[in-house]
Write a protein that binds this ligand. Sequence first.
Ligand code: SF4
Length: 391
Amino acid sequence: MSELAVRAPAAALEERDDAALLSLLYRREKALLLGGPARLERARLLSARLARALRERRGRPRASFDPERLILLVTTACQLRCTYCGIDKDSGESMSEATARRGVELLMASRRPSVQLQFFGGDPLLRFDLIGSAVARAEALKKRPGAPAQVRYMLTTNGHALDARKLSFFKPLDFLIEFSFDGRYETFQAQRPGLGGRDFYAKIRRNLDALRRSGVRYYVIAVATPESVAGLSENVDYIASLGHRRIQVNYQLGRFWSRDAVRTLLSQMGRVARSAARGRFELINATVVRREPTVLNSELVIDVDGGIYRETGMFMEKDFQEHKRNFLVADVGAARLLESYAASPFDNFLLFSRLWARSGNALFRKIVLNNIEVGLAVDRWTRGLARGAAS
Ligand code: SF4
């Protein structure tokens, strides 16, 4: 059975509440975006309904949005220069030991029995030392009474710096590696060139192969952009032909997807799903719950600067740098329990809508609304797939 069908009833109810609010806000923002007297009147009525719904929501439990995962962005340095990347890699900033340590302590103060610590970058493997000390701290803290008994580790990498020493560190800790690799050489080189245009394809492919043989848990992420989406299923098939059995498809965020591009994305995902159904590989989009729209991701990230941010703000760093501080919830040194910063996708959307209402940044609004639409379309597609599998 798909995980989509087994959510706890209370969590499902909270998520339904949140989805209803999100729908109200989406319709208001869309009316405001399109403009005209009739739509503006509609936006006014929707604002009143939204205000009522928000008053009714006050005090209701929202435990399903408590953060279970904390992401440590340990460095912005990276060997690659992916075309769709929003991280400011040239500054090459790194997280301090003290920030990483405090972040782990915050996560380990959680009331949950199990938490997840994810390392992100840049390429986090460039700060392998920091990963080692953060893990050592988490392992020590989990022995304390009342601390989460289980810490699940995850790391997202481009694979350039992956080697046997790191693999042998990850294996006994049961790390899950998210390995970004967009497929065939032409797509990879167009989307994921090295710094200065260098060609790291062969090296990264070799490292991905070593990961496959190592027994460390992993999956491959293939990113589709509006430009490359027509070749998505070929790229995924190619990755599967290299022997990789778990693959996730991501679509580029922070870009405008035309109707045609979204149609192509869904039809390509259909092809990918049919290929997966022939038993060639697991399509993670179809088997593991992802909260769409991902543009409203409400997880927490600690950035190299020691700020705790809502994840939503991070991917937009390049184009919307001035907005980043609006996603800051606390400084790691002064933070309370992570649970006190729980936010839902709707909360993030509301924050976005207030930002563009203040700044008048029409492009920002247009792109976020568009990315929400892409996410909802992908969500409908995924749920349709899950229903088909269950029937
Ligand atoms: S590997 Fe990641 S951090 Fe590096 S350029 Fe690509 S997307 Fe950005």
